[in-house]
Ligand binder design. Structure first.
Ligand code: ADP
Ligand code: MG
Length: 259
């Protein structure tokens, strides 16, 4: 894969490449020998029990942790020194904590998505226009002047997606975005993701609602430290991967994990 022509050529549709990756925070391995590739246009749902390494996997592929073993590339570049940060929109799990320290308006949060593009220049009216388009796309134009801290969970997730859209992200990485969001808003939220995907956005979604993933994603990855499944939703639903992945979660750590 060429480092010099990331936006052209035959390899450019591979946005994420995780090869034989293992990782541990402490002595215990959190991810073992994971290999995953995500191509442009995919809508990939990642499921697995609590503590199965889903968030860790996302942080690894964003270059926020370094794998102990294996290799990770983002847009054809090593994740660790990937510089086109604005190409990836990351909505972290529990963004609430971060925003409590950020008493700024929704409009300002979304405008932050333009910073990567203005360099040392100033935010222009074109940047503001782009930010308001992003707010309109996610359906929260009416909240533009509200403090981000005063939004509901679902509205706040939309604001962060709008920021990613304003930054012209090509890959959306979402870590359990619907936690704490009411049922009605969750449905609308999945509609928004489907619309964005239809418009070409590549989506990598960690989601606890397995039914939602099977319904909406075009591909399911199931993990619990190891990879249990990677394929289409119908095959996943028909497989025993879910039972196996969740079954091992309740085992004692000294028991052998079936492969
Ligand atoms: P998930 O997102 O699937 O719930 P995580 O990736 O958050 O799982 O966590 C995987 C494992 O790694 C868990 O056992 C968790 O306790 C542990 N872990 C997560 N973050 C850290 C950290 N910063 N330091 C040490 N252990 C961690
Ligand atoms: Mg998590």
């Amino acid at each position: 894969m060429s480092d010099h022509t990331p936006d052209t050529g035959g390899q450019s549709d591979r946005l994420v490449s995780v090869e034989d990756v293992s990782f541990s925070y402490t002595a215990r391995e959190v991810l073992t020998d994971i290999s995953i590739a995500v191509d442009r246009g995919e809508y990939v749902g990642i499921v697995g029990p609590n503590g199965s390494g889903k968030s860790t996997l996302l942080r690894l592929l964003l270059g926020l942790h370094e794998p102990d073993d294996g290799w990770i590339e983002l847009f054809g570049h090593p994740a660790g020194d990937f510089i086109d940060r604005e190409k990836v929109g990351y909505v972290a799990q529990d963004v609430t904590e971060n925003t409590k320290r950020m008493p700024i308006t929704v409009k300002e949060v979304v405008l932050m998505g333009r910073f990567a593009h203005v360099g040392f220049g100033r935010i222009t009216s074109a940047d503001r226009e782009r930010a308001s388009e992003a707010l309109a796309t996610v359906g929260i134009s009416h909240l533009a002047d509200r403090k981000i801290t005063h939004l509901s969970g679902g509205q706040r997730q939309r604001a962060y997606i709008a920021r990613a859209l304003a930054s012209e992200a090509e890959l959306l990485v979402l870590d359990e975005p619907t936690v704490g969001v009411d049922a009605e808003s969750v449905d609308a939220f999945f509609e928004l993701l489907a619309d964005l995907n239809d418009d070409g956005m590549t989506i990598l979604l960690v989601e606890h609602d397995i039914g939602a993933v099977i319904t909406h994603a075009s591909r399911v990855i199931c993990l619990n430290r190891e990879l249990y499944f990677d394929g289409d939703p119908a095959s996943f639903a028909a497989s025993d991967a879910l039972d196996r992945a969740f079954g091992t979660n309740v085992r004692r750590e000294d028991e052998v994990v079936p492969s």
